[in-house]
Design a protein around this ligand. Structure first.
Ligand code: 5GP
Length: 191
């Protein structure tokens, strides 16, 4: 999606360690008009898949997922990062290793909100090593629901997550795919 690529070029900030900061339009301050165009693009890509739920992970996926859900006319569930040691029984749970913080944490979704008849589209802001997506996919599988695919805003294609998840047979559509990125040379996108 050219518009997102141009915005990343203009306002993204490259940090050491392969981290792209997009706090001015995606992760802190949010450009909701841009989210609207991203939602339309996700609908173009997944609109014929019979999506009944959008699943994301707190916190930075929520805004994008909510605007997309307006186009799909379906609810959004966000997986919560569990802070307590005891996980109650009425939840699906999996583990995610944070790319940006390096910690492993549990994510949970209440069994009340994910059902075998659901057709789930996962939406997230970034795809890097694929741990967040893997964790979300496990929640969908544990619920016995159908995964229609994953819609990602920014895929860092130089990290292994995209190949890993596509290798699992999951349809992954990323609106901007970064081929390479460095403080010296800036961002290059995949064709
Ligand atoms: P993964 O689990 O694929 O390694 O990383 C995905 C998660 O890490 C995303 O949900 C996102 O919050 C965060 N993340 C990974 N790489 C970046 C990055 O370069 N910039 C930002 N802002 N977040 C990232």
């Amino acid at each position: 999606m050219k518009q997102l690529e141009e915005r990343i070029r203009a306002d993204g900030k490259i940090r050491e360690g392969g981290v792209l900061k997009v706090d001015s339009f995606l992760n802190h301050q949010m450009d909701v008009k841009l989210f609207q165009d991203m939602g339309k693009e996700f609908l173009r890509l997944f609109g014929d898949c019979g999506v009944t739920k959008i699943l994301t992970i707190e916190a930075s996926g929520i805004g994008i997922a909510c605007v997309a859900a307006l186009f799909f006319d379906c609810p959004v569930i966000f997986a919560k990062k569990n802070k307590t040691k005891n996980i109650a029984g009425d939840v699906y749970t999996s583990k995610v290793e944070s790319f940006t913080h390096g910690k492993v944490y549990d994510i949970i979704v209440s069994k009340e909100f994910l059902h075998p008849e659901d057709r789930v589209l996962i939406i997230d802001d970034f795809l890097a090593n694929g741990s967040a997506l893997q964790g979300l996919i496990k929640l969908v599988q544990d619920a016995g629901a159908t995964l229609v695919g994953a819609g990602i805003a920014v895929e860092k294609a130089f990290q292994p997550g995209g190949d890993l998840i596509r290798g699992m047979g999951v349809r992954v559509e990323s609106l901007a795919r970064i081929k390479s990125m460095s403080v010296e040379d800036g961002v290059t996108f995949c064709d």
